[in-house]
Design a protein around this ligand. Structure first.
Ligand SMILES: Cc1cc2nc3c(=O)[nH]c(=O)nc-3n(C[C@H](O)[C@H](O)[C@H](O)COP(=O)(O)O)c2cc1C
Length: 160
């Protein structure tokens, strides 16, 4: 089976999780990683003091991204995002908005956050459901600390 794992990561944690999931899912098939990139990336310093990040999050903006992905040929999707101000990252908002032909696809979502609270996955889940995507597993990870048990649960949830 072919799975697309699309993610955005600013400080590397979401990307580390993405790579761990990719490895854990090797027995299931090919997991292609797709890094969501912004047309105009946020600066790297003092992220908490960056007004563009704050307002993009609070106003649920959809900043331009460099590329989208045609998801039609994939058997399942995995979408990952950091949590900023209790919500998923704005470029992921754009990516999902532009998703086409995702209706009926199975998806696992994961978020990376400082607190790792379960409820942090809710917004991402609802956004994807509005596109007709079927969420089979939602995981809230603290930073990059995803354990073997959770990786196995993702594998089980995606099994045909
Ligand atoms: C601007 C900003 C806002 C954040 N807001 C939250 C938050 O609301 N709740 C939380 O638990 N962590 C929050 N964090 C922590 C990040 O979610 C955490 O560091 C995450 O692992 C970052 O993922 P990344 O390394 O893939 O970019 C915030 C971090 C930044 C930079």
């Amino acid at each position: 089976m072919e799975i697309l794992l699309a993610y955005y990561s600013k400080t590397g944690n979401t990307e580390k999780i993405a790579k761990k999931i990719q490895k854990a899912l090797e027995p299931l098939g090919k997991v292609e990683l797709f890094r969501i990139e912004m047309a105009n990336e946020y600066g790297n310093r003092l992220l908490h003091l960056n007004p563009r990040i704050t307002f993009d999050c609070l106003l649920r903006r959809k900043p331009e991204i460099k590329a989208t992905k045609n998801v039609e040929r994939y058997d399942a999707l995995i979408i990952g995002s950091p949590i900023w101000y209790f919500t998923f990252a704005p470029p992921v908002n754009t990516f999902i908005d532009k998703l086409e032909k995702a209706k009926g696809k199975k998806a696992v979502i994961f978020t990376s956050s400082g607190m790792g609270k379960e409820k942090f996955t809710k917004g991402l889940q609802e956004k994807l459901q509005s596109k007709g995507v079927k969420i089979v597993k939602a995981i809230s990870v603290k930073l990059d600390q995803i354990d073997q048990k959770t990786l196995q649960e993702i594998c089980d949830a995606l099994k045909p």
